[in-house]
Design a protein around this ligand. Structure first.
Ligand code: NDP
Length: 241
């Protein structure tokens, strides 16, 4: 590796680090030599990361978790807002609670973490905020009015943060995965999985490492002029949306 591509070790915070995409992102940052804190309700995180139990819907818990991460690793320089949930059902059956819970975790939780991280990023005149959205944020999805609204909201959030903080060396982007093999998609069942697979130009679901690679790029020093984008990792499913 040449000197110009050696990554600067950063203080990184990943939400939803215990499983799936967040665990892969956390492990890859650790392997690249960064100092990584991982938040999840269970407190789990891959080896080498500081696992912190935190429900991101609780403002006091988020503040305490950031304080713990910063005491160990210094001010957060890279935030990956990945924690997310689904509560799928058709719109006429979707309760207020089904809607609110998904928004509270996926959108308000991401906002809370981004706001907290932005403070020190502005001071440092460096920051990388990466939201994990979804192909359905822009494509739409029957049975996911709550979830797709939350993921579309992240696009507006990243673009508004870009306009507010772009002059301070802070970037904000969305990585939009398609169908990725994790606990979230394991519940779909063979018939539904096959139907979705037939619509994906790549002809397969993605793997967590493919999402993590996109996140690593957006977090890198080399991506300092890339902000406000939606980077799909979806095998071509969402092309044009
Ligand atoms: P998983 O269900 O495998 O993992 C979800 C993670 O989020 C877990 O670590 C969980 O922690 C954490 N989490 C959930 N609620 C909270 C909360 N209130 N506070 C803190 N942490 C929380 O999901 P995936 O890895 O599949 O998905 C990760 C992200 O990628 C999500 O935002 C999802 O919407 C998005 N995505 C996933 C796709 C896929 O096909 N898998 C496709 C497109 C987007 P705990 O272990 O404690 O429950």
């Amino acid at each position: 590796m040449t000197e110009s591509t050696t990554p600067t070790p950063r203080s990184v915070l990943v939400t939803g680090s215990s499983r799936g995409i967040g665990a892969a992102i956390t492990a890859d940052f650790v392997a690249a030599g960064h100092k990584v804190a991982g938040l999840s309700t269970s407190g789990g995180a891959p080896e080498g990361a500081l696992g912190i139990a935190c429900d991101i819907t609780d403002p006091a818990a988020v503040e305490a978790a950031f304080a713990q991460a910063e005491a160990a690793h210094g001010p957060i320089e890279v935030l990956v807002a990945n924690a997310g949930i689904t509560k799928d059902t058709l719109v006429l059956r979707m309760s207020e609670d089904d809607f609110d819970q998904v928004i509270r975790v996926n959108l308000s939780g991401a906002f809370r973490c981004a706001k907290r991280a932005a403070k020190s990023m502005i001071r440092a005149r460096f920051g990388r905020i990466i939201f994990i959205g979804s192909v359905v944020g822009l494509y739409g999805s029957a049975g996911q009015v709550n979830y797709s609204a939350s993921k579309a909201g992240l696009v507006g959030m990243a673009r508004s943060l870009t306009r507010e903080l772009g002059g301070r060396g802070v970037t904000a982007n969305v990585v939009a995965p398609g169908f990725i093999e994790t606990d979230m998609t394991a519940v779909l069942g063979d018939a539904i999985s096959d139907k979705y697979r037939s619509q994906i130009p790549a002809g397969r679901f993605g793997v967590v490492a493919e999402v993590s690679a996109a996140v690593s790029y957006l977090a890198s020093d080399q991506a300092g002029y890339v902000s406000g984008i939606v980077l799909p990792v979806d095998g071509g499913l969402g092309m044009g949306y």
